[in-house]
Structure formats: structure tokens, C-alpha cells
Ligand binder design. Structure first.
Ligand code: AMP
Ligand code: ZN
Length: 110
């Protein structure tokens, strides 16, 4: 989608620190990391949020990519987060899944 920063990253129109790519997804380092490991996994297809798609192939591919990324990095303890909607903290309206690791992660998150 035009003017979507994550579409541009997926299409490699703007640079990012890619850590993983497959047919459906790319994963890259978050620009403003909240933990020593902070990776974003996005679908190559544009969906504004989890509310905007029921494409099961893409949804399964996102979780599969989490497994591939964590396996690749040797991470066994991590948190995955999907912020959906402004009130939940979503700032970029192209679905993305956060992978956070490398420090103690409190629960409940607050
Ligand atoms: P959210 O608040 O869930 O929408 O998360 C958006 C995330 O995207 C934030 O953690 C930002 O730091 C990150 N972000 C925004 N622009 C970029 C970019 N160009 N490259 C990497 N991460 C980005
Ligand atoms: Zn997009």
C-alpha cells in the first residue's frame, strides 16, 4: 500500500536490518528497541491490523516466522506482542508482531 512504511520495508524500498524472510513474511530489527532483542515480523501483504484480515495462510505464516526467527537466533525465552488499535498502542497500521527478548519481561505487562 502506498505510503505504508512497512510495505516499503517489505518491498525493500527503504532499508531495514532484515533478520528473516520467506514467501509471506519479513522480519527486521525495531528502530527503537524496547529490549536487547526487539524484532518485528510483518506480512508482505498489507493488512492494517489483525482486525482487517482473516487470511489464515498469512496469519499462520506470521507465527511460523516467529518460530524460524527465534530458532535462528537461538532464543528460547521471549515475548510476542501484537498491538491492535490505537488504544492498545498500535502506531503503524500494517500488521506486525513484536518479538522481545534479552531482559526480564514483567507480567502482567501494564
Ligand atoms: P506499534 O506501536 O505496535 O505500532 O509498533 C510500531 C513499531 O515500529 C515501534 O516499535 C517502532 O519503533 C517501529 N518502527 C517504526 N518505524 C520503523 C522502521 N522504519 N524500522 C523499524 N522499526 C520501525
Ligand atoms: Zn503496508
Amino acid at each position: 500500500m502506498e505510503n505504508c512504511i512497512f510495505c516499503k520495508i517489505a518491498n525493500k524500498e527503504i532499508p531495514s536490518n532484515l533478520v528473516y524472510e520467506d514467501e509471506y513474511t519479513v522480519a527486521f530489527n525495531d528502530l527503537n528497541p524496547q529490549a536487547p532483542v526487539h524484532i518485528l515480523v510483518i506480512p508482505k501483504a498489507h493488512y492494517a491490523s489483525l482486525n482487517e484480515t482473516d487470511d489464515k495462510e498469512t496469519l499462520a505464516a506470521l507465527l511460523n516466522a516467529v518460530k524460524e526467527v527465534t530458532k535462528k537466533l537461538g532464543i528460547t525465552d521471549y515475548r510476542t506482542v501484537i498491538n491492535t488499535g490505537k488504544a492498545a498502542g498500535q502506531e503503524v497500521f500494517h500488521i506486525h508482531l513484536h518479538i522481545l527478548s534479552g531482559r526480564p519481561l514483567n507480567w502482567p505487562p501494564g
